[in-house]
Design a protein around this ligand. Structure first.
Ligand code: LMR
Length: 394
């Protein structure tokens, strides 16, 4: 049986994680996988998460199954966090999922059930797991232009031109904020134009929001998702709690399906519960319960929001320090885009060869497409990275 298996392609982000671990150099710098790190390189358990977990241990009286869609209180709290009343609650079906990846996967499976021939349009570039799952599910896929290699900003003309090629009934996958891997995001005006373009062709948006609170703030980062949700009859939203609650390994996420009316919502809800049953029955509960407790308890919520905001401001500061060190060393403003990008990542915009050289010569690990995790930096490693970038002729 197993002899007939073919080797599968390695996920380049996870392969990089393994390579970093094996590197014996104590000067190595990890700018690979999208996990937040503080100045000492630790990924802390957030204060509110620790407090909620303690309370949960004390108060939880049963570990019996919940429901196929997860705890309804988690859905309510997350719908409120992400959508903040942008659409009527009775139009939103939702299921808890194992992380953001689980939500993407269930969303794609729902599309497959409803419209097996729909093409899923992804940004070029995007998070590698998007095309990987779409291919695995054998769904039609196409790309729209997104990144301008010259400016390291959004190639908005290219994006709009490609959105015109989308067919009615297709799906356009968008990043809700903090575009992964580029860090380049649409302005509010560009977002409105993109919404109009998607409406004009009669396609459905599918929003992946995995970094709410890491860009311009918890509320500001939800704005694009809310504008999209309010503009269409049907929208899918995959939201992850991995990063903004720091509960990566607990696998906590949610898929929302916005329907035209309550009947359509009930149908979507029933299909989503069915999909959960087919794939893993009940979604993980621990992280979802912790997140719900934080979002619904004013004291825990205030502490979580404060720590998240500190995290965001810390990353922003690292961006500014790096841009300014590169401005000094290069005597130019060609790296200023780093301070304009938002979220955990920036695409430096160099070749895989130079990325490999940074790894081999300086022990600096970034994804082959030159995506850097800004949170992997600190005051000591910023000058090291900046010098290595200039010395490598980037
Ligand atoms: C990333 O983009 O690095 C993260 O979302 C982690 C992952 O699963 O790829």
């Amino acid at each position: 049986m197993f002899a007939h298996l073919s080797p599968q392609p390695k996920d380049k982000i996870l392969a990089l994680m393994a390579a970093y671990k094996e590197d014996p150099r104590d000067t190595k710098v990890d700018l690979g996988v999208g996990v937040y790190k503080d100045a000492s390189g630790n990924t802390p358990v957030m204060r509110a998460v620790k407090a909620a977990e303690r309370r949960l241990v004390d108060e939880q009286t049963s570990k019996a199954y919940v429901g196929l869609a997860g705890d309804p209180a988690f859905s309510d709290a997350m719908i409120d966090l992400v959508l903040d009343g942008a659409v009527a609650r009775e139009r939103v079906a939702a299921v808890a999922t194992p992380g953001g990846t689980g939500a993407i996967r269930q969303g794609l499976e729902l599309i497959k059930l409803a419209a097996p021939d729909a093409t899923v349009w992804i940004s070029n570039p995007t998070w590698p797991n998007h095309p990987s799952i779409i291919k695995y599910l054998d769904m039609p896929m196409a790309e729209y232009r997104y990144f301008d290699e010259a400016t390291r900003g959004v190639d908005f003309d290219g994006m709009l031109a490609d959105l015109k090629l989308v067919k009615a009934g297709d799906v356009v996958l968008l990043h809700g904020c903090c575009h992964n891997p580029t860090g380049a995001n649409l302005t509010a005006d560009q977002l409105q134009q993109a919404i109009s373009a998607i409406k004009d062709v009669g396609a459905m948006p599918f929003v992946d929001i995995a970094y709410q609170g890491f860009g311009d703030g918890l509320d500001a980062d939800g704005a694009a998702t809310r504008a999209i949700a309010a503009s269409f009859d049907n929208v899918l939203i995959a939201a992850s709690c991995s990063k903004n609650f720091g509960v990566y390994r607990e696998r906590t996420g949610i898929l929302m399906a916005i329907a035209r009316n309550q009947d359509e919502r009930d149908l979507a809800q029933q299909n989503l519960s069915y999909l959960n049953r087919q794939n893993y029955s009940f979604p993980p509960d621990h992280g979802a319960r912790v997140v719900t407790m934080i979002l619904t308890d004013p004291v825990l919520r205030a502490d979580w929001e404060a720590e998240l905001e500190d995290t965001r401001l810390g990353m922003l500061d690292l961006r500014q320090q790096l841009a300014s060190e590169l401005r000094r060393l290069s005597n130019s403003d060609r790296f200023d885009f780093l301070a304009t990008h938002r979220g955990m990542f920036s695409r430096l915009g160099t070749t895989p060869e130079k990325v490999e050289k940074l790894r081999a010569d300086h022990g600096i690990y970034m994804v082959g497409d030159s995506r850097m995790n800004i949170a992997g930096l600190n005051a000591d490693t910023i000058p090291v990275l900046a010098k290595a970038i200039i010395d490598s002729g980037i």
